[in-house]
Design a protein around this ligand. Structure first.
Ligand SMILES: *Cc1c(COP(=O)(O)O)cnc(C)c1O
Length: 429
């Protein structure tokens, strides 16, 4: 072995994976087992007491999932990672390790719709408050922070409109206030942007989307940047106070710069339970092996489709940061110059009825509620995901009657453009 630091594509294939020690299998096997045999009683005691690393039960650790975790941690430049059953489970476990009743999260108002629901409604029953800052205005975060703020939460590239936030500016605010900066990097993936290099302390993903990339398995991950001092303020008792269930162990003291990942595992995952299945870890890891190739093609295809739509006479506007005319083009060049992702929205002339006609007449695009598949996907939020909202609420959420969202896949881009053209042609003038 040389001293070379492996590049991103090498890590995407090799990080976390060795030939299987008992069989020589080159691909990490699917360890489809619930539990693992102890060597002896002392071994069992040391595992349960967190004095030794090893496998007890797949709700807490599993060797297939461990390879996935190490791979994602390497790609994001973190110290450790914890995989979960879904992206939402990753959010739940990450905030669970930071928050006590009465605490609040200051979050960007441009987030995945499911995250807005989770923060607004489900988290309320834990006594956690959310305060919505204007994603594009870092000062609006500062104005909402108080002595019960325990996290700042943004998406690096926000779903659905392709809005980019100024990571460096928001990280500087988080650092000056002694609050961890949590970034959902689902739409960008570490191929396009590595938030820890821009001051993020914790990075979250829905692995369901571009990381797995094939629309076949749910998963999520928490990456510990190893950068935050959980003991300085006394505000993060899960990490800085003795844990009764581990004989008074203080997790931050014992595990240092990967204590957050440990806390999410041995408190959150152990007690709340949303573990990923080994089968899904295997499928997602296989997907990650081609992440650099796929993401580049996703972005290249998306830019061509966006340029085509922008000059189409049935299209009113296109919101894609890869277009030079876009207000987020500057942030795209700064934070993710290889591409602006594959998810974007556009406005079809003719409003609601035109949107419905378009999604009803596509043939190659799939009409469904997902993103980040090899296949190209389309949805008209006003008639689906956002239909319960009033017209004013729809427009505020970026889901006005004319808005159509695309997730551009890996097909031949000429076929995608032809399909959109024939579906747009069915719209009555
Ligand atoms: C899909 C998504 C989530 C939620 O992930 P699931 O795997 O569906 O639970 C969170 N954030 C973003 C940006 C997403 O696109």
């Amino acid at each position: 072995m040389t001293d070379r630091i492996p590049g991103f594509s090498t890590l995407a294939i090799h990080a976390g994976a060795q030939p299987d020690p008992s069989t020589g299998a080159r691909v990490t096997p699917i360890y489809q087992t619930t539990a693992f045999v102890f060597d002896d009683v002392d071994h069992a005691a040391s595992l349960f007491g967190l004095q030794a690393f090893g496998n007890i039960y797949t709700r807490i650790t599993n060797p297939t999932t461990a390879a996935l975790e190490e791979r994602v941690a390497a790609l994001e430049g973190g110290t450790a990672a914890l995989a979960t059953a879904s992206g939402h489970a990753a959010q739940l476990l990450a905030f669970h390790a930071m928050m006590m009743p009465g605490d609040n999260i200051v979050a960007a108002n441009k987030l995945y719709g499911g995250s807005i629901n989770q923060l607004n409604h489900s988290f309320k029953s834990f006594g956690w408050e959310v305060r919505w800052a204007e994603a594009t205005d870092p000062d609006s975060f500062t104005a909402l922070i108080d002595d019960r703020t325990r996290a700042i939460f943004v998406e690096s590239l926000a779903n659905p409109g392709g809005v980019l936030v100024d990571l460096d500016a928001i990280a500087a605010i988080a650092r000056s206030k002694g609050i961890p900066f949590v970034v959902d990097n689902t739409l960008a993936t570490p191929y396009l942007c590595r938030p820890i290099e821009h001051g993020a302390d914790i990075v979250l993903h829905s692995l369901t989307k571009f990381m797995g990339g094939h629309g076949n398995s749910m998963g999520g991950v928490i990456v510990d940047g190893g950068t935050f001092d959980w003991s300085a303020s006394g505000n993060y008792p899960m990490l800085s106070k003795p844990r009764p269930e581990y004989n008074g162990m203080v997790l931050h003291e014992t595990f240092g710069n990967f204590a957050f990942a440990i806390a999410c595992r041995v408190l959150g995952l152990r007690d709340l339970g949303p573990a990923i299945s080994p089968m899904n870890s295997f499928l997602i890891m296989t997907g990650i092996e081609t992440l650099p190739l796929r993401m580049q093609r996703h972005c290249d295809n998306a830019l061509k489709v966006a340029e085509h739509l922008k000059s189409h006479d049935k299209v009113d506007w296109v919101s894609y940061a890869g277009l030079e005319s876009d207000p987020y083009y500057g942030l795209h060049r700064k934070y993710m110059p290889k591409g602006a992702g594959s998810v974007f929205t556009f406005g079809v002339k003719g409003g609601y009825d035109a949107g419905v006609a378009l999604v009803s007449n596509v043939q190659l695009f799939s009409h469904l509620a997902n993103i980040g598949d090899t296949r190209s996907l389309i949805i008209h939020p006003a008639s689906t995901t956002h239909r319960q909202l009033t017209d004013e609420q729809k427009t505020a959420a970026g889901a006005g009657p004319d808005v159509v969202r695309l997730s551009i896949g890996l097909e031949d881009v000429e076929d995608l453009i032809a399909d959109l053209d024939q579906a747009l042609a069915t719209i009555e003038a």
